[in-house]
Ligand binder design. Structure first.
Ligand code: KG4
Ligand code: ZN
Length: 335
């Protein structure tokens, strides 16, 4: 069976073809990052319009890449939510129209389930059960994953998501949108320990997290550093040191909570998914936990993409779960 996957929940249009016997056949992505950069954040109306422009050419490129035609498609999976309402509607309309025209089932997929299962598309495939750490621009959650469709929320951020905190802190440091990845590159050049930032909720005893206060702590550090230099702009080294201090704080919290989640569940496998899963320091730290096997999706599948939607859709199809209709769910908890 050949499943076409459509992702359009935010600022990336992703289309992919997953074959239940041959695996991932094609994977096309268009990022709107440059378009939104001049506004310093995602403009929902522009995002929706761009998804509409991109969906057909990306689908055609996928079919060509895979050497397939529309007639070969067995089902169309699309991201039903959570995400931006208009952006989701663009993907949902396209997926439903195409499925209707082909007389094939349409499979609504939860965006976070896509992220959760994306490590199964990698070379090193985790067995169930595992703890999933989902760290994206919209979510920071720990999930106990016992099988496909069996997800229990263990804890989450009570305010900003980790990726959101990366992006907001980057903006505050004058880095172009979306600054998360750039901040993490600059952190490589920063000196550990040059600045001390808090580790919010490290000892809260639960698996919840909080990242919005860190951004304020960064602002305080920036103001202090500038005041001690007669109001001059931050030097590159100081800015890099602050990037490092911020990243150290986020990674410390995520690593400590991940270990707690593993202890609490008794699971020995940890899966890291979502855009922040591309972070080098988080990968280093979580990859070296004692007696734990940590899995990361391939870097190209860490951020939003159509492959994870096609794959989750294929699993739903194989499990013969009922196909859904035309609907989007901008707010939609996974468990
Ligand atoms: O999963 P994703 O592509 O989209 C959402 O579903 O939100 O995650 C995007 C987030 C952004 O906040 C981005 O800044 C962050 O992931 N991100 C990173 C890195 N690469 C992307 N954060 C920290 N370090 C990175 N290397
Ligand atoms: Zn995402």
């Amino acid at each position: 069976m050949l499943v076409l996957g459509i992702e359009s929940s935010c600022d990336e249009t992703g289309v992919a073809l997953y074959d239940t016997s041959a695996g991932l056949l094609a994977h096309q992505l268009h990022t709107q990052m440059a378009m939104h950069a001049e506004y310093g954040g995602v403009v929902p109306e522009l995002a929706s319009r761009d998804h509409i422009r991109r969906l057909v050419p990306l689908t055609q490129a996928c079919l060509q890449q895979a050497g397939k035609s529309y007639a070969d498609i067995s089902a169309v999976a699309y991201t039903q939510g959570p995400g931006l309402g208009g952006a989701l509607l663009a993907g949902a309309s396209f997926a439903n129209a195409l499925a209707f025209a082909l007389n094939k089932p349409v499979i609504p997929v939860h965006h976070l389930e896509g992220h959760l299962l994306s490590p199964l598309l990698g070379d090193d495939i985790p067995e169930f059960p595992f703890v999933a750490l989902l760290v994206s621009g919209g979510h920071s959650q720990f999930m106990a994953v016992r099988g496909v469709g069996d997800y229990t929320l263990l804890g989450e951020s009570v305010d900003d998501a980790a990726g959101e905190a990366f992006d907001k802190t980057a903006k505050l440091l004058g880095l172009p949108y979306p600054g998360g990845a750039k901040l993490s590159e600059l952190a490589k050049l920063g000196r550990a320990g040059a600045f001390e930032l808090p580790r919010p909720m490290l000892h809260s005893g639960d698996l919840n997290m909080s990242f919005s206060g860190l951004k304020t702590a960064v602002l305080t550090a920036v103001n202090k550093a500038r005041a001690s230099d007669n109001g001059a702009p931050l030097s590159e080294q100081t800015r890099n040191d602050i990037c490092r201090a911020f990243q150290d704080a986020v990674v410390d919290v995520l690593a400590a909570k991940a270990q707690q989640a593993l202890r609490q569940t008794g699971f020995k496998r940890l899966v890291v998914a979502g855009g922040v899963g591309a972070n080098w320091q988080l990968r280093q730290r979580l990859g070296s936990l004692n007696k734990v096997h940590t899995y990361f999706p391939p870097l190209s599948l860490c951020t939003d993409n159509g492959a994870m939607i096609a794959f989750a859709g294929a699993l739903h199809l194989q499990a013969a779960q009922p196909a859904g209709g035309f609907d989007v769910k901008p707010r939609w908890p996974l468990s």
